[in-house]
Design a protein around this ligand. Structure first.
Ligand code: HEM
Ligand SMILES: *[C@@H]1O[C@H](CO)[C@@H](O)[C@H](O)[C@H]1NC(C)=O
Ligand SMILES: *[C@@H]1O[C@H](CO)[C@@H](O)[C@H](O)[C@H]1NC(C)=O
Ligand SMILES: *[C@@H]1O[C@H](CO)[C@@H](O)[C@H](O)[C@H]1NC(C)=O
Length: 415
């Protein structure tokens, strides 16, 4: 509780820091001194037997074979490679919730929404592929073939990811770009390496700047950009770090990072093998009772956005590099959120997740016959009760028509 209070105090200080740039530097050093402290007020503890992840027998690493689907998410690829998810890469909502909770300690609230969103936007309403289209005959109620999360650009998958390239820059959004992995990898070195949230937040700022500077079609959508893009960074430390009695929140060293990102070889000779994401031997997940929930994620979102106000931006480049235009969140949300109140309470997380629901009807036209039914399913899976969110009645996406990275995309995922 004490820690929770100190974070709230920190947020208040930081809001002033944004209003008064001379204070920004003070805030940075203050936030740094808090880096070893907990943001959610729970001491995680450590129980080796409960936290060690079995990678033997049925759960031994088995790389994908012919017809097995893998995609942009290293966590889900690793789960399939160890048979915690079906090895073909297609699973039901319940299987995703169970596996991400059991192996990584993802909160059931977060897992339920992310998995249901996958099923509704990228799947057949019940199951979905962690890579490309699973094929098979079209199920009743669907109007087109599900594309899996590899084909979910701007809906789920987003520009400015850690290691995966921007779709229009590289022609795919699911393979590791070695240059991006190296940029992260080289931020730490040797035995003391730890890719913690400070390192990842800095990397995230650099990746966003890089996308603006190199991808004429860079686009950041309300859900994919505000709720998913930050998760792609915080998940690296929160889920991949190896927990121990000495470091209950975990240390993410170079070997473990490489293993989860399907990278082998020594520093000067890093190699990427698509789809071979692997859970290391003798690796320990998050403590039981210390799951990474939506409220926990919300505090991570705020801490990062306070350090980098550009993390609050939605919008994109207008067809040339370095042409970023931001859209006022107030315009998008009918005045419910604005650039100032997004930093208050849990508003940033509220906006990101609520936008996922509010944008869904548009995305679902042409995908499912019963749009209302699909949206109801999504709404029913989202528990924001711990966040104290304002009510968002709808979102206005009319301003996005100025962004080619938004308009290029067809409803079936082709471009
Ligand atoms: C059901 C739960 C999950 C869903 C639906 C999901 C979905 C996704 C999607 C759609 C992306 C692409 C986002 C982007 O473009 O950046 C992604 C990326 C990512 N996911 Fe997951 N994920 C889930 C669980 C996990 C878990 C348990 C981990 C644990 C390590 C994880 C780690 C990551 C990371 C690190 C990335 C960024 C990859 C990169 O660009 O370097 N995810 N995930
Ligand atoms: C995780 O940490 C424990 C305790 O320090 C250590 O014994 C184990 O080898 C580590 N696992 C990995 C994969 O680094
Ligand atoms: C957002 O701005 C556009 C263009 O100025 C305008 O047409 C639209 O009505 C605005 N939407 C809201 C909700 O303010
Ligand atoms: C659509 O789904 C809703 C349940 O969410 C149901 O009440 C409604 O009858 C369905 N409509 C059709 C045409 O099947």
């Amino acid at each position: 509780m004490l820690h929770l209070i100190s974070v709230i105090g920190l947020l208040a200080v930081a809001q002033q820091a944004l209003a008064f740039p001379s204070m920004a530097q003070d805030f940075k050093s203050q936030s740094h001194s808090h880096k070893s402290k907990r943001v959610n007020g729970i001491a995680p503890g450590f129980d080796a037997d409960a936290q060690r992840i079995d990678v033997s027998g049925d759960h031994a690493f088995l790389p994908p074979g012919h017809g097995d689907l893998r995609g942009p998410c290293p966590g889900l690829n690793a789960l399939a490679n160890h048979n915690y998810l079906p090895h073909d890469g297609v699973a039901t909502i319940d299987q995703f919730v169970q596996a991400t909770n059991q192996v990584f300690g993802m909160g059931v609230d977060l897992a339920a929404f992310l998995s249901t969103y996958g099923a509704v936007i990228s799947g057949d309403l019940t199951s979905w592929s962690i890579g490309g289209p699973p094929g098979g005959s079209l199920l009743p109620g669907l109007l087109s073939q599900p594309q899996g999360i590899s084909g979910s650009h701007n809906k789920y998958e987003t520009d400015g990811s850690p290691t995966r390239g921007d779709l229009y820059q590289y022609g795919n959004d699911f393979l590791v770009q070695l240059s991006q992995f190296k940029a992260l990898y080289e931020k730490q070195s040797g035995d003391n390496a730890n890719y913690d949230l400070d390192v990842l937040t800095q990397f995230r700022a650099e990746r966003i700047a890089q996308s603006k500077a190199e991808d004429p079609y860079f686009f950041s959508a309300p859900f994919a950009g505000v709720a998913v893009q930050p998760a792609a960074y915080t998940f690296i430390y929160r889920f991949m770090a190896n927990k121990s009695a000495e470091y209950p929140e975990g240390i993410l060293n170079q070997e473990v990072l490489k293993s989860f990102f399907s990278i082998t070889g020594d520093d000067g000779n890093l190699q990427y093998t698509p789809g071979n994401e692997r859970i290391p031997d003798n690796w320990y997940k998050r403590a039981i009772g210390d799951e990474y929930t939506i409220p926990y994620y919300s505090t991570d979102l705020n801490v990062a956005a306070l350090q980098h106000p550009e993390f609050l931006e939605i919008g994109g480049n207008t067809g040339t590099t370095n042409s970023f235009v931001g859209v006022d969140p107030s315009n998008v949300t009918g005045g419910v959120y604005n650039s100032k109140n997004l930093l208050q309470g849990n508003n940033l997380a509220c906006f990101g997740f609520q936008a996922g629901i509010q944008a869904a009807p548009d995305l679902l036209k042409g995908l499912v016959s019963n749009v209302t039914g699909a949206v109801n399913k999504l709404t029913g899976s989202l528990d924001l009760s711990g966040l104290g969110c304002p009510v968002l009645e709808g979102i206005d996406e009319s301003q996005f028509s100025q962004f080619p990275g938004y308009t290029k995309l067809n409803s079936d995922g082709s471009y």
